[in-house]
Write a protein that binds this ligand. Structure first.
Ligand code: HEC
Length: 199
């Protein structure tokens, strides 16, 4: 009689078991990822986080920078309900898709490498300085002014083209960028530190 490992029937059964077993594992991992990446749970904040101040600080325990959501800081000075915030963030996300920002930028690491990753763009200290240049009095207004007319603010190494974004779209994109900056991305992008100049 042939040893077990030489029988075809054994290998056929082994293939069936491994495939079925891995299908179950894949299903469990899918549900696990969905739970962790759902809005308002785990690593992804609820949309109303745009009403709050978002910081990005080094966490010694995790050995990486993590978003820190602190006090009140309503976007454009207006506190929004979760539904209103969702509508605004979603409008911003659709604008980002319609204007193909990913042709040049990456978002959460997806996209092109011509211009910087936008995951933490909201936290870039340059928006503080840009307030003078854009004649605005808040970080969100400076960022919106830049998005509406990037060619007016040649502060960057290379210039971003005019994308014909309306004022309302620009404000929605700002909401989307602010919300995205509060996502715990496990330290991605690793080279981004909004407090680099303070050290
Ligand atoms: C044709 C390429 C291109 C497209 C499309 C594009 N950008 Fe840019 N963007 C740039 C370049 C170039 C810069 C300046 C980068 C530099 O300093 O080298 C820039 C800079 C920026 C910055 C400043 C980055 C920072 O953190 O300081 C933001 C924010 C930004 N873009 C957002 C957007 C958004 C939102 C869209 C879509 C609505 C978009 N960009 C579409 C090329 C592009």
């Amino acid at each position: 009689m042939e040893p077990l490992w030489q029988r075809e029937s054994f290998w056929r059964k082994a293939a069936v078991f491994v495939t079925a077993g891995m299908a179950v594992v894949l299903l469990l991992l899918t549900f696990d990822s969905m739970a962790k990446s759902a809005v308002g749970k785990g690593r992804v904040p609820s949309f109303a986080v745009i009403n709050q101040e978002i910081d990005y600080r080094f966490d010694a325990g995790r050995n990486m920078r993590v978003p820190v959501v602190a006090g009140e800081q309503p976007l454009f000075g207006k506190r929004l309900s979760e539904a209103e915030a969702e509508a605004m963030v979603s409008h911003g996300k659709k604008t980002v898709q319609a204007k193909n920002c990913m042709d040049c930028h990456t978002l959460l690491g997806n996209g092109a490498y011509y211009a910087p990753d936008l995951t933490k763009a909201w936290l870039d200290p340059q928006w503080e300085g840009m307030q003078t240049l854009t004649a605005t009095d808040s970080r969100e207004a400076a960022l919106a002014a830049f998005l509406e007319h990037p060619s007016h603010y040649p502060t960057q190494e290379r210039s971003m083209p005019e994308l014909k974004i309306t004022a309302e779209e620009a404000r929605a994109v700002v909401a989307f960028l602010k919300w995205m900056s509060a996502i715990d991305t496990n330290g991605f992008p690793a080279n981004f530190d909004p407090h680099a100049e303070e050290k």
